[in-house]
Each structure stands twice: as structure tokens, then as C-alpha cells.
Design a protein around this ligand. Structure first.
Ligand SMILES: C[S@@+](CC[C@H](N)C(=O)[O-])C[C@H]1O[C@@H](n2cnc3c(N)ncnc32)[C@H](O)[C@@H]1O
Length: 193
């Protein structure tokens, strides 16, 4: 099935969980993976994989199947991701269980978390729980990168996420606005060291 239609279907079923009507553009995907060097003991975790708009580019810098773990809550999307990217590992699960899922996977240390979750439309409590999970890995020296849409940049939940990270890890490295994305977006990166 066409990726845009599949994404739209997922959105229409669960608008708040999917948070966007179109997948990320190649320009945004490339910004999301810039500078990452995944390896078996420096794995990259992708939260909220969707139809794989970012995975499509990430797969080229992932050296083997032990270096990537994708977590996605929608079982239909997970089924299709497993078919499309048969060399990569996808777990159907909730990002609130990040540490459990990673521990059960038996994979190595986490070097980077690429987060595509729509914090703006997720319930606050869920967002907080996910940030606590991410923080466990930040404390071990991981890099955290997410994107925020320009129109939602000052929404309370977007500001809350930035404040949570800023208080612990300083100001984000923010990309220029990526206008070749619908809607335009910024990437934000925090590194623990
Ligand atoms: C904005 S879409 C991003 C999809 C894709 N990465 C992209 O950039 O086009 C957000 C994705 O996060 C997933 N998601 C939302 N809440 C989640 C959660 N708590 N745990 C895991 N995945 C979640 C949704 O099902 C959806 O596929």
C-alpha cells in the first residue's frame, strides 16, 4: 500500500496517537539521522516508527541487525515494517516501556534515541512517563533527538518537553526550520556529555 495512504489511515484511526497526517519528508528524515554512528554497542532506538519514513534513511547507516531497535504502538504498522525492513528489529509496544523493551531485546548500549512521538497530542501523564524512560538513557550518555512542528513549537506540551530536557542537559541544538516538510519542523538534539 502507498505509504501516504497507510499513514493517513493510521491517523484517521488514532489521530492523537499518530499526531500528523503525513509521514516525515526525506529532508526531515535526513536531519533526524545526521551525525549518528550506530553500532552493536552504540545502538539507535527509534520511537514511533510509523510507516518508516525515517527508517528508510536510517537503514543505510545501521551496520547490522544488532544496532537498531524500532518501537511502534500500532500493530498494523509494525506488521508492515517487519515486511519492508526484514533486517531490522521492530517491537510492538509502548514507549512508556522503553527500558523493559530494550532489556528484553538483549541488545547493547543505547547511543541514540530518535523520537518521533507526537508529544503535543499525547496525554500529559503519558508524555511525562516517556520522558522519564528516555532520561534513564540520557543518564548513561545517550543522545536524544526529536522534532517539533513549527506551528506547535509554543504549545504547552512542546515547551514542557524542552524544559524537561533543558533543566537536565542544557539548551537543545536546534536545526534551522525544515520547510520541506508538511508541516515545517525543527529538530532538537540533546547530548548528555
Ligand atoms: C508523527 S508519527 C511519526 C511516524 C514516522 N516516524 C515519521 O516520522 O513519519 C508518530 C508515530 O508514533 C506512534 N506512537 C504514538 N504513541 C506511541 C507510544 N506511546 N509508543 C510507541 N509508539 C507510539 C504512532 O503510532 C505513530 O506511528
Amino acid at each position: 500500500m502507498n505509504e501516504n495512504i497507510q499513514f493517513l489511515q493510521a491517523f484517521l484511526k488514532n489521530p492523537g496517537t499518530v499526531g500528523s497526517i503525513t509521514p516525515s519528508s526525506p529532508e526531515l528524515a535526513n536531519k533526524m539521522i545526521a551525525g549518528l554512528r550506530p553500532g552493536p554497542d552504540n545502538i539507535v532506538i527509534e520511537l514511533g516508527v510509523g510507516t518508516g519514513a525515517i527508517t528508510k534513511y536510517l537503514q543505510h547507516i545501521v551496520p547490522d541487525e544488532r544496532s537498531y531497535l524500532g518501537i511502534e504502538i500500532d500493530r498494523h504498522l509494525v506488521r508492515s515494517l517487519r515486511k519492508k525492513y526484514s533486517d531490522l528489529t521492530f517491537v510492538r509496544g509502548n514507549a512508556t516501556d522503553l527500558a523493559d523493551i530494550h532489556n528484553r531485546s538483549g541488545m547493547g548500549n543505547v547511543g541514540a534515541i530518535i523520537c518521533c512521538l507526537p508529544f503535543v497530542s499525547l496525554p500529559n501523564k503519558l508524555g511525562e512517563k516517556i520522558l522519564q524512560e528516555i532520561d534513564k538513557y540520557m543518564q548513561q550518555g545517550c543522545t536524544f533527538r526529536t522534532f517539533q512542528y513549527a506551528h506547535g513549537f509554543y504549545f504547552p506540551s512542546a515547551v514542557r518537553l524542552r524544559e524537561f530536557m533543558r533543566r537536565r542537559y542544557g539548551k537543545a541544538q536546534r536545526s534551522p526550520m525544515i520547510v520541506k516538510n508538511v508541516p515545517p519542523a525543527y529538530t532538537l538534539t540533546w547530548s548528555a556529555n
